[in-house]
Design a protein around this ligand. Structure first.
Ligand SMILES: Nc1nc2c(c(=O)[nH]1)N[C@H]1C(S)=C(S)[C@@H](COP(=O)(O)O)O[C@H]1N2
Ligand SMILES: [Mo]
Length: 203
């Protein structure tokens, strides 16, 4: 037993969880805060599509209905925001990268992904972060369709990184041979975003 527990750790214990589950510098919240730059976009499903492109043999373009025909995966993950709130046990439903990879056939040089969202928002992750068992492109959370503010109709879920990498209003995954910083990364956030190491800011 440590001699001292922080208030944040005590709250995790009081909520019935193992305090080791809370990454350094985070506190537990029961709510699900909404965070993004800009406005919630107006999305028209009649013209909406989702693409997987770049370093792939077979570029893919799907409507939401077509995406939902693919094998579905449900994951339950902990969300860690760089602004220090963590939310445990959020479930998401969507398609895992492995099922998209089977269709697009990544070229051998594909190492990085640049996610493209509405209004020019981008986020970058190594392709390995999408191979994570619990990473998804998701259209539902907690068994319900995503709400507009949480990314309807589709968002990325990358549980190994701070949550800013999980682009809401996702429109495309671009596979790349080289890394390219996304929106928040250009703004000064850490390129790698590992919450276990508190990789919050790049400077
Ligand atoms: N398109 C888009 N996605 C985004 C962002 C954004 O500004 N635009 N912000 C990110 C940040 S900083 C966080 S913490 C999470 C918040 O997701 P939530 O609002 O569902 O909690 O979305 C991420 N995805
Ligand atoms: Mo964030």
């Amino acid at each position: 037993m440590p001699l001292f527990r922080s208030k944040a750790e005590q709250k995790v214990i009081d909520a019935g969880y193992d305090p080791a589950r809370l990454p350094p510098g985070q506190y537990l919240t029961e709510k699900w805060p909404v965070l993004h730059a800009g406005e919630v976009p107006d999305v028209d499903l009649a013209t909406w599509d989702f693409k997987v492109e770049g370093e792939v043999e077979e570029p893919l373009r799907l409507t939401l209905d077509e995406l939902k025909q693919l094998p579905q995966t449900e994951v339950t993950i902990d969300i860690h925001c760089v602004t220090r709130w963590s939310r445990f046990d959020t479930s998401f439903t969507g398609v895992h990268w492995r099922d998209l990879a089977e269709l697009v056939k990544p070229k051998p040089g594909a190492r990085y992904v640049l996610a493209h969202a509405e209004q020019g928002f981008t986020s970058n992750v190594p392709l390995a972060a999408l191979d994570d068992e619990n990473a998804l492109v998701a259209w539902a959370a907690g068994g319900e369709e995503l709400t507009p503010e949480h990314g309807w109709p589709l968002r990325l879920v990358v549980p190994s990184k701070y949550f800013w990498k999980s682009a809401k209003w996702l429109r495309a995954l671009e596979l790349r041979t080289t890394d390219q910083p996304g929106f928040w990364e250009r703004y000064g956030y850490h390129n790698d975003a590992d919450y276990r190491k508190e990789e919050r800011y790049g400077f």
